[in-house]
Design a protein around this ligand. Structure first.
Ligand SMILES: Cc1cc2nc3c(=O)[nH]c(=O)nc-3n(C[C@H](O)[C@H](O)[C@H](O)COP(=O)(O)OP(=O)(O)OC[C@H]3O[C@@H](n4cnc5c(N)ncnc54)[C@H](O)[C@@H]3O)c2cc1C
Length: 713
């Protein structure tokens, strides 16, 4: 602890001890004041300025030190200085005192509180940063909440001192007025409890609730304002209309139908969207074939002297299409129609906040009105404007599935999850792959040790991983395609046959009425925490809304979008992103939930890190997959899980235990106390919990237990 802090603590303790030790509280009682009232008033009449100053300083001291007696002092203020001067003095003294208490609490405790509970307080911090002044005002209006508690608690939040001061002064004014006014009639007051009659207290409570009601009214008026100029239909054709039939749109429509709403889903291309047709499903199908080839190549590791694969790339790609066709019925128009969703194949465009024009794929047009609309229009691959890119031609995750001939030399631009998955798959299928990434490592969101393991494995499999390489230009020289990349100020030439661009995905923001309705979009459609756009009846979910770009997060948001769209204003829910897992399906597989070390450092969240090396796990050894690790971040000294990274076989499945644990507040002790089947990879989860336990063993107690055992020998 710093010397300044120590001195302040000593000073505060000293002052508070003096107050109680010298029984100074006796001067702050009604009876004492009444007995001295005449003398005090005559002194004030003789020296009005000195009296006002002394009173002001004493008031600031009492409130600043959070001592009992502020209520009596306020009454005294009214009695001695009258309504106007009393009000003025008390109003400023109480605000200054409250601010001093607020600052003391901040100086002494805030860092500690935020360090230890910062991750849990995040929502509160964000709320205070956004609407803290408003809530403080509400609390100040109701004198039933002890003011000194408010001062101390607010000091622990990120509220600005200036905001605290003026909101406090304004908020306390009504209560101060009542007390100062009561003070002017002090002779008639017998006890403090009499001042706030149940009726008066009720009025204050009403006054306190008033800002909340006012806020709701302001929100309603603001919401009404955005609709100005639009003609709202008298009746609606549908309860809900969903634009886009990918993961987000399908789940939204499904939920709406499940709660018996009249819902229409419009999809312009293929139901199932990106995930089924060009994303998760084909990529995982391709990865499976590639993995088989990698196992065949590794045959000697499994005691098989020689194994060969005779395959045709085109057949592998046809299998990918067969897998899509097998999954397709899950997302088909027939299935959704049978569930109660009206599915329209066509392009939707919003023409008003409640109306959508639909151009059906068969050429028919129609206009449908809906009480609510959910935008689930997805995203598409981002293609950077690198000179020459159009001339050489490129593949993206949208088009790569049409390939039937394996490119001999493939350049993959991008070291993120999609780029890495496709890099490894194509390399295993026999392409000579060069992966070009301008960042210093692959999978930048993960911890550096993860990136290192992945890059090492990629290189061991013959992939040329080029980090810190920025694609600058594409050219064709003598019929050969060449990528020129910049690396440490030098040009590096990379000849290739095909290039796959996987540098990120951008939300689809054009062509369906966002601009016409002036719905704000900045990379993604802007929404509030309820997933509402600037029109409260128009929602967005999935890749088009962000911030995550996963099928499971699209489905997660879809629940909120559907429920909020159908039940607002009666009930709506804030989208909860507290526990979001994801995986990258490469070898070694990488899975994560919650914080990693990198983020914990960036966000200044203290944590302990526990490691377990999967190379030590029986099942992983038996499977010849003894590599990778489980890394768990916990709150210091506690078994509460803040985040987990798993690298290794089936990491994406293993992480599920931690997702459940984090979602439901289960700590490492409970995971350790749970039976895990032997021999499974899941045992790694228990062993890492065991490592945590060992690190927190009660050393002293164990010494005594050792003595006990020696004594029993
Ligand atoms: C190669 C690759 C691998 C991936 N792997 C995984 C993975 O393993 N796990 C994972 O969780 N995620 C993965 N993803 C991401 C995942 O596919 C997306 O996050 C998910 O599909 C997003 O769903 P969505 O509904 O938001 O958008 P989309 O699936 O893109 O759906 C949007 C739909 O809206 C339609 N549409 C757009 N405008 C209109 C309009 N005006 N009228 C009618 N219809 C319209 C589009 O045609 C599209 O079908 C992967 C993505 C790629 C590219």
């Amino acid at each position: 602890m710093s010397t300044k802090r120590m001195l302040l603590i000593i000073a505060l303790i000293g002052l508070i001890a003096a107050y109680f030790g010298l029984n100074l509280g006796r001067f702050l009682s009604l009876d004492y004041f009444k007995s001295q009232q005449e003398a005090i008033e005559s002194w004030r009449a003789a020296r009005p300025v000195a009296a006002a100053l002394l009173y002001f300083v004493a008031y600031v001291a009492v409130t600043g030190l959070s001592l009992p007696g502020a209520a009596v002092m306020t009454l005294v203020g009214g009695a001695v200085f009258g309504l106007l001067w009393g009000l003025l003095l008390v109003s400023f003294a109480s605000s200054v005192g409250a601010t001093l208490a607020f600052l003391a609490s901040r100086f002494l405790l805030r860092d500690w509180v935020q360090q230890h509970f910062g991750d849990r307080l995040r929502a509160i911090n964000e709320g205070v940063a956004k609407e803290g002044g408003f809530y403080l005002f509400t609390l100040r209006l109701v004198p039933a909440f002890p003011f000194f508690v408010i001062n101390l608690l607010m000091g622990l939040t990120p509220m600005k001192t200036r905001t605290f001061y003026w909101v406090s002064q304004l908020g306390m004014l009504a209560g101060t007025l009542v007390y100062v006014n009561a003070g002017t009639q002090l002779a008639k007051i017998e006890s403090l409890s009499g001042i706030l009659s149940p009726g008066l207290l009720g009025s204050f409570v009403l006054l306190g609730i008033f800002p909340l009601i006012a806020k709701k009214i302001v929100e309603a008026v603001a919401a009404k304002k955005v609709y100005a100029g639009w003609q709202k239909p008298a009746h609606f054709d549908r309860n809900l209309l969903v634009i886009g039939g990918g993961s987000a749109g399908l789940v939204t429509a499904y939920i709406a139908a499940a709660v018996k709403a009249k819902v229409t889903l419009v999809e312009k291309h293929k139901l199932g969207g990106d995930c089924l047709n060009t994303g998760c499903v084909p990529s995982k199908a391709l990865i499976r074939s590639a993995k088989l080839l990698s196992h065949i190549r590794r045959a000697p590791e499994f005691g098989i002297r020689d194994a060969k694969a005779d395959f045709d790339f085109a057949e592998v790609m046809q299998r990918v299409q067969r897998i899509i066709q097998t999954v397709e019925p899950h997302d088909s128009a027939e299935r959704y129609t049978s569930l109660g969703v009206e599915v329209i194949e066509g392009t939707a465009k919003m023409v008003s906040p409640w109306e959508v024009d639909i151009v059906r794929n068969d050429g028919r047009n129609e206009r449908l009105s809906a009480r609510s609309i959910v935008i689930a229009a997805g995203a598409r691959p981002f293609v950077p404007p690198i000179p020459g890119i159009e001339e050489v031609g490129y593949l993206t995750s949208d088009t790569v599935w049409e390939l039937r001939q394996l490119p001999a030399r493939l350049v993959v631009l991008g070291g993120g999850p999609i780029g890495s998955e496709l890099t490894q798959a194509f390399a295993r299928l026999g392409a000579k792959v060069t992966q070009v990434e301008m960042a210093p490592r692959l999978l930048m969101r993960e911890d550096p040790e993860v990136s290192e393991l992945v890059a090492a494995r990629f290189r061991a499999e013959g992939i040329d991983v080029l980090l810190n390489h920025k694609a600058k230009q594409f050219t064709i020289e003598g019929g050969e395609k060449i990528l020129i990349a910049e690396h440490e100020g030098q040009d590096v030439r990379i000849p290739f046959d095909a290039v796959l661009v996987a540098v990120g995905r951008v939300a689809n923001l054009k062509g369906y009425g966002l601009e016409e309705l002036r719905i704000t979009a900045n990379r993604t459609v802007e929404t509030n925490e309820f997933l509402q756009t600037r029109y409260p009846n128009i929602y967005a979910a999935g890749d088009v809304a962000g911030p995550y770009q996963f099928t499971h997060t699209a489905a997660h948001q879809a629940w909120y979008a559907a429920v909020n769209a159908l039940f607002d204003p009666f009930k709506k829910f804030r989208a909860d992103y507290s526990v979001i897992p994801w995986a990258t399906f490469i070898e070694p597989e990488v899975a994560r939930v919650g914080l990693n070390e990198l983020e914990a450092k960036e966000r200044n969240i203290p944590c302990e890190v526990t490691h377990y090396g999967i190379d030590d796990l029986d099942r992983a050894i038996a499977d010849s997959e003894a590599h990778g690790f489980v890394k768990v971040l916990t709150a210091p000294g506690k078994d509460r899980i803040l985040g987990v990274t798993i690298v290794g076989e089936h990491a994406g499945d293993l992480i599920a235990e931690y997702v459940l644990a984090m979602r439901h507040g289960i700590g490492l002790n409970k995971i350790l106390g749970t039976i895990h089947i032997y021999p499974t990879l899941a045992e790694a989860n228990k062993y890492v919990a065991g490592n945590w336990k060992k690190a927190h063993a009660p050393v002293k107690l164990l010494e005594w237990v050792g003595r006990f055992h020696r004594w029993r020998l």
